[in-house]
Design a protein around this ligand. Sequence first.
Ligand SMILES: NC(=O)c1ccc[n+]([C@@H]2O[C@H](COP(=O)([O-])OP(=O)(O)OC[C@H]3O[C@@H](n4cnc5c(N)ncnc54)[C@H](OP(=O)(O)O)[C@@H]3O)[C@@H](O)[C@H]2O)c1
Length: 359
Amino acid sequence: MPPRINIRLRFPLATNLHFTHRTMSTIPTTMKALLIHKQGGPEEIKLETIPVPTLGEGEVLVKVNYAGVNFIDTYLRGGLYPVALPFTLGQEAAGTLVAVHESVKDSKLSVGDKVVAYVGGSYAEYVKVPAGKVFAIPSGVKTSEAAGVLTQGLTALTMLRESHAVKKGDWIVVHAAAGGVGLNLCQIASHFGAHVIGTTSTLEKAELARQNGAEIVVVGGKEGELQAAVNKATDGQGVIAIFDGVGKATFDVNWEILARKGTFVTFGNASGPPPEFSPLKLVKGNWKITRPTLNNFIFTPEEFHTYAAELFQLMHDKHVRLLISHVAPFTAEGLVEAHALLTGRQTVGKLVVEVSKDE
Ligand SMILES: NC(=O)c1ccc[n+]([C@@H]2O[C@H](COP(=O)([O-])OP(=O)(O)OC[C@H]3O[C@@H](n4cnc5c(N)ncnc54)[C@H](OP(=O)(O)O)[C@@H]3O)[C@@H](O)[C@H]2O)c1
C-alpha cells in the first residue's frame, strides 16, 4: 500500500466533516485503470487493477467521473508516439478533488470540489495531477461536459489565438470540421468573425459543421472541389490559414489553397503523419507552417488557467457548444469500441468514458 502521510486535507474537520470523512475513509489503495503493456492494436487495451497513485510535491488527487476520448489515444496506443510501458491511457479527466499534497499552498481548490484536469492516465478511477493543471468546474457545467470540452476546446482556442491569430473577415479552412476539435474550431473561429470553409466525409457531418459556424463545407474530398470552393469564396486569393488535424491525406491540397503569407497549421495525424518536405516549398507564398501541441500553449499554470477560464466563458456564452455523441463504459471493450468509431470516421463531436457515477 502506498504511503499516504504527505496528504493533507484542505478543510478544517469541523467545517467540512462530510468531505474530510469521505476523503479519509474512501480513498482505496488500488483502483481499476485502462492500460497497455505493449503498443499495438485495440486488443492491447486491458482493464487492470493497479495502485492508486501516491501524491508528490505540488500534486492533487482526483476521483474520476468522466475521461475524454481523444484521437491521440490511438497514436499512444498504436505506437506513433513513444510511451513508457505499462501506460495508462487518457488525456483529460473530470471528477472530485479528493486529496491535496501538503506542499500545495496557494490553490483556490478544496477537497470536495468538482474539477477538470488536463492530465495523462485519466482512464482510471483516480488520477494524480499537478495542482496547476486542475480547474474548478464552473456552476452550470456538468462533469461530463467539462471532461468533454477541455482538450479539444483548448486545442481549438489556443490555435486560433496563437498559431494563427484569427481576425474578423479572415477566410480559413478547417479539415474534419465535424470532429471534436473541428466543431470547436468552427464555433470559435466564426465567433471571432472568421469565415470558415470546412471539409467532412459525409453530408450529415457537413450539416453539423454548418450548424456550428462553417459557412461552406466541401464533402467527400473529391479532386478539385476544395480548390474550387476556396477560389470562389476568396476571389482566387486563397485562405489565410488552414487548420489540419487530418495530416497525410490533406497535406498536398493545402498548398493549393493557401493565400500569400498564409499559415498552415498542421496539428494532427488522423490519416497518418504528414510527409517530410523542404522549406523551399514555403517560398511560393511566403507561407508559414506550424506544428503546435496543446501542451506547449498551456504549459504554465497561468497559461492553463487563463485559457481554461476563457474556454468556459465561451461555453457559458454558448459560443462553444459541446456535442457528446458517445459515452463509453469503463471497460476494455468500451474503449476498444470508442477507438474503432474514432479511427473509422464514424463519430462527430466528442466521445467520453464514464469511469464512475457522478455523485
Ligand atoms: N496538436 C494537439 O495538441 C492536438 C490536440 C487535440 C487533437 N489533436 C489532433 O486533432 C485531430 C482531431 O482530433 P479529435 O480527437 O478531435 O478527432 P476527430 O476530429 O473527432 O476525429 C478525426 C476525424 O478526422 C477525419 N479523418 C480524415 N481522414 C481520416 C482517416 N484516414 N482516419 C480517421 N479519421 C480521418 C474524420 O472526419 P471526416 O470523416 O469528416 O473526414 C474523423 O472523424 C487529430 O489529428 C488529433 O490528433 C491535436
